[in-house]
Design a protein around this ligand. Structure first.
Ligand code: 5RP
Length: 219
């Protein structure tokens, strides 16, 4: 099995131990897809409702025959399962490689427990080798970019828009020593919708997949 699949298997083992039926949020990306395709169908009655973080994930869930519940800002989820691009020593994350970090963060914040599934290559001491994703409103994006230039002179716009119809940018060459501070600073910039730094406050378990299996790191 691949490292990603081993991480997804770890999430499956955790869910099997929980009392159901569960409301579960599903993230976006290839690791989450492994979970959705290979393990979610095995959970059967344990799942009460599923919430999706992106159009791409909704498509996959529907294709596999699952129902997707409508997102509401006051929904409480039992568990949120998602991948990440980087995980630091304190379990802060960079997410958004797939451009879905704004909606992913909403679901993560509404969940009582976050299960983050990554392969062992995603573990780092300090976040920042992976370019930091930012979602920015179309109106006023130039002003936001000039404020973000304090962090790096390499900020690259992606082709296409987010599911919310906003622009996506990546800040390169930006080592993030204090993720919480930078998350707050970036969020205070006019026009920024959300940034891919997750300093998640709910209990988090990172499932690290390797060639030989998986191990768990709890917050
Ligand atoms: C999408 C994300 C993904 O979780 C992240 O990019 C990891 O993706 P993958 O599992 O394909 O490596 O944040 O917005």
């Amino acid at each position: 099995m691949s490292k990603k699949n081993n991480a997804a298997a770890g999430a499956f083992e955790i869910l099997k131990q929980l009392n159901g039926p569960l409301s579960v949020g599903i993230g976006t990306g290839s690791t989450t897809d492994c979970f959705t395709e290979n393990f979610l169908p095995l959970l059967g009655e344990k799942i009460k409702s599923l919430y999706s973080s992106s159009d791409r994930t909704s498509e996959l869930l529907l294709k596999l025959g699952f129902q997707v519940s409508e997102y509401k800002p006051n929904n409480m989820l039992d568990v949120y399962i998602d991948g990440a691009d980087e995980v630091d020593d304190n379990l802060n994350l960079i997410k958004g490689g797939g451009g879905a970090h704004t909606n992913e963060k909403k679901l993560a914040k509404q969940a009582q427990r976050f299960i983050c599934i990554v392969d062992d290559e995603k573990l780092v001491n300090t976040l920042g080798k992976f370019p930091l994703p930012i979602e920015i409103e179309s109106e006023g994006s130039e002003e936001a970019i000039s404020s973000l230039a304090q962090y790096s002179n390499k900020i690259i716009k992606r082709d296409g828009l987010s599911d919310n119809g906003n622009h996506l940018y990546d800040i390169h060459n930006f080592m993030i020593e204090d993720p919480l501070k930078i998350e707050h600073e970036v969020l205070s910039i006019n026009g920024v919708v959300d940034v891919g730094i997750f300093s998640v406050d709910s209990p988090t378990t990172v499932v690290v997949g390797s060639d030989s299996g998986y191990r768990l790191i709890d917050s």
